[in-house]
Design a protein around this ligand. Sequence first.
Ligand code: ARG
Length: 260
Amino acid sequence: MCPPAHFDVTYAINPWMNPAKPVDVPLAVAQWEDLRSRYLALGHTVEELTPRPGLPDMVFAANGATVVDGRVLGSRFAHREREPEAAAHLEWFRAHGFPHVQEPVHVNEGEGDFAVTVSYVLAGRGFRASPLSHGEAQEFFARPVIGLDLVDPRYYHLDTALAVLDDTTDEVMYYPPAFSPGSREVLRRLFPDALIAGAEDAAAFGLNAVSDGLHVLLPQAATGLLGPLRERGFEPVGIDLSELLKGGGSVKCCTQELRC
Ligand code: ARG
C-alpha cells in the first residue's frame, strides 16, 4: 500500500475524476489508515511504498505491478501522468530481494487489469492494458491468461468490475454489463456459480474488493453485496474510502497483493 500523502485530482483519466472538485487529504489519509489497520487486525502483513510528490494517483498501489508465485511483472502506464509510478514499484521489489522482476514491454496497469484465480490470470483490456500485455503475462507467469473486453468507461479497469473471492476455488463476483457480450459468455462458462453484482453495487465500487478467502473488504456503500456474500460463507467488511473514490479507486485499487 502507498499512503495518500500526495493524493489529489489534478487531471482526469477516468470518468470519476473531476479536478474542479476539492480533495480532503487528511480525510483521505484517515480513510486509508482505517483500511490498513483492518488488514493488520485480520492478521495480514502490509508493506508500504513511500509516496512521491507529483504522483497524486500513487495511492492506487494495485496498478504498480502484478505478483504471482513471487514473480513480479512491473507495470507500464497508459497515461503519461502516472508513468513514473512504475519505476518506484520496480525499485521497491528489487530493494526487497524479489529475484524475478520483469519490466514489461507492453502497457499493463498491474492488478488494475490482472486478476488471479487458482486456474487463470483474468486480464482486462479496452481502456488501459494493451491486449499484447496478456501474452506477455502468460509467458512470464506460465499461467493461462483469459482476455476480457471492458466496454463501459466507468469500469475502465478489470478490478472495478470483477473481484476474486477465493483464489483456491475460482470463486469470483462481477458486473456483467461492464463486459462485451462475448466476454460475458466467457465469464459465464468459466464461473457458472459467480456472484452477480447489480448496477447500484457496481456504481458504489463494490467490485473493487479484496478477499483473503474469508473476509471480503469492500466499499461500505455496496450494501447489496453484503447478504449474498454472507450466504456464501464470506464475512464482508465495509470500508469508507469515499475520498479516494474521487480519484476513481477504492479498496482493491489501494491494495497490491504480494502472492509469494
Ligand atoms: N486515478 C487512477 C487512474 O485512473 C485510479 C486507479 C484506480 N486503480 C485501480 N486499480 N482500478 O488510473
